[in-house]
Design a protein around this ligand. Structure first.
Ligand SMILES: Cc1cc2nc3c(=O)[nH]c(=O)nc-3n(C[C@H](O)[C@H](O)[C@H](O)COP(=O)(O)OP(=O)(O)OC[C@H]3O[C@@H](n4cnc5c(N)ncnc54)[C@H](O)[C@@H]3O)c2cc1C
Ligand code: HEM
Length: 402
């Protein structure tokens, strides 16, 4: 891997806040039509999924020939990105029949895309490239009905994003300077940054981050602290095997580095007026948004009981356990149970988080917060549902794409 370094000299420019014009053409289809459209989109994409690599290459080829200036929005080395945009795009378009779930996410995604300098015409170009690529790879299976379904579905999704971006008048990104970098395990670092202008985020949310070692490779990270008056934010980053950005952050970040942060996204939050007891389940650095929620709650006089399970493979992976145990002293409403798959910890459980949590029942009286890697979230939710937990009570950020 080569480290490329860029410096950001300017704060977010006001021109980035100018509204994106939204084409008036797309009318929101009826619920029945939307269900049929999503079915056509999903079935047709399943037929070309095995050719995703070639489809993606063709998509980018068309995109950059229709809109050459769009190339500058993407990382220099596209091969390292594993087709992030196309994968994400198709994943989201396939969910067009879940408008209520998608509405908040698309608004956040549209506002977040301003950090890429995306313009209205880029949305049109992406739509053209998407349809051209599907048409080419579906060959004789490409029908006028299919074209109508994809064009409408893409139109609905992109309209939501463009509208939200157009209404946003805040900065597209915030400049943040690294003030501290601590390696807390072999492959996890705690990084504290300070923003010049206050970053508006909610405890439990996540933001996208670009670091100078990896220009234009934005990744999502969850602040581990609630917003503080001094503008500092803490991130916990796990270096994943072969990871471009996470490894650079964990092993090459230095105080003084200047990061860019996107606007806040995410669905995890605690409403202080609701007093249902909470069950929190955090795997590895997935504990970060839960710590932010606890940091926020610790400033309130009254809180519901919270039981947090913090899991990792080995005892040394539970890097935040001392901090959590310290919190139980000042926050009598908090109980912490460490869980490891190997080795033992005093007062802890042995096994996977999913097993440790569900062997104590279905937690029917609780709202449940789950955060961690996509596989950990999937396994934990599956086991909770099998144990009888109500899906409506489980909160997690579902739009994870890796
Ligand atoms: C909502 C959200 C919040 C997140 N918050 C945090 C956080 O607070 N701390 C944190 O460390 N990470 C967090 N992540 C994960 C982070 O965004 C990156 O996906 C991760 O750091 C890998 O990026 P990379 O560039 O190093 O890996 P890439 O170069 O993109 O991928 C390299 C390899 O790693 C695999 N991989 C990618 N992501 C993961 C993962 N999460 N776990 C295991 N393997 C993976 C890929 O499949 C690929 O094989 C969050 C992700 C989401 C979607
Ligand atoms: C309906 C429209 C769109 C949807 C649903 C969408 C969705 C997404 C999502 C979810 C990601 C994040 C993936 C990740 O990094 O984990 C992403 C990345 C990205 N999107 Fe979009 N997007 C849309 C349109 C556009 C347009 C019009 C552009 C401008 C050309 C654009 C440019 C990008 C770029 C540059 C990235 C980062 C890609 C990378 O890192 O390789 N997107 N998109």
């Amino acid at each position: 891997m080569t480290a490329e370094t860029v410096k950001y000299e300017h704060p977010p420019s006001p021109s980035r806040s100018s509204p994106l014009p939204v084409p008036p053409l797309i009318e929101t289809p009826s619920a029945d039509k939307t269900v049929e459209m999503a079915k056509l989109v999903r079935e047709s994409f399943a037929a070309v999924e095995t050719k995703a690599e070639e489809l993606s290459q063709y998509f980018y080829g068309v995109l950059f020939s229709v809109s050459p200036d769009a190339r500058a929005l993407f990382p220099i080395n596209m091969a390292t990105q594993r087709n992030r945009l196309l994968r994400a795009l198709v994943y989201v378009v396939q969910m067009v029949d879940r408008p209520d779930e998608l509405a908040t996410f698309l608004g956040q995604l549209g506002r977040d895309h301003r950090k890429f300098d995306v313009l209205g015409r880029h949305y049109d170009a992406v739509g053209v490239a998407l349809i051209a690529a599907l048409k080419r790879f579906l060959k004789d299976d490409w029908t006028p009905e299919l074209e109508d379904a994809w064009v409408t579905a893409y139109g609905v999704i992109s309209k939501n994003m463009r509208e939200a971006a157009g209404k946003e008048i805040g900065p597209a990104w915030w400049k943040a300077t690294v003030v501290e970098h601590r390696l807390v395990t072999r492959d996890v670092a705690v990084i504290k940054v300070r923003t010049e202008q206050p970053l508006l985020y909610r405890a439990g949310g996540y933001v996208s981050v670009e670091v100078p070692q990896r220009p234009r490779m934005w990744r999502y990270f969850s602040p581990a602290t609630a917003p503080h008056d001094d503008g500092t934010i803490e991130f916990h980053v796990h270096a994943v095997r072969g990871g471009w950005v996470s490894r650079a952050i964990v092993h090459h970040t230095r105080p003084g580095d200047v990061w860019r942060l996107g606007p806040s996204l995410g669905a995890l939050s605690v409403h202080h007026t609701e007093s249902r007891p909470l069950l929190m389940i955090g795997g590895g650095t997935g504990v970060a948004p839960l710590l932010a929620l606890l940091d926020d709650m610790s400033r309130w006089k009254n809180n519901p009981p919270v039981h947090l399970f913090f899991g990792g493979r080995r005892p040394e992976d539970l890097y935040a356990l001392d901090e959590l145990r310290g919190l139980t002293v000042t926050c009598p409403w908090l109980t912490v149970t460490p869980v490891t798959e190997e080795g033992t910890i005093a007062g802890g459980d042995r096994g996977t988080l999913a097993t440790a949590v569900t062997q104590r029942g279905a937690w029917k009286d609780r709202d449940v917060y789950v955060a961690g890697s996509p596989s950990m979230i999937r396994a934990t939710i599956a086991k909770l549902l099998a144990a009888g937990t109500d899906l409506a009570r489980i909160k997690y950020d579902p739009f994870t794409l890796d």
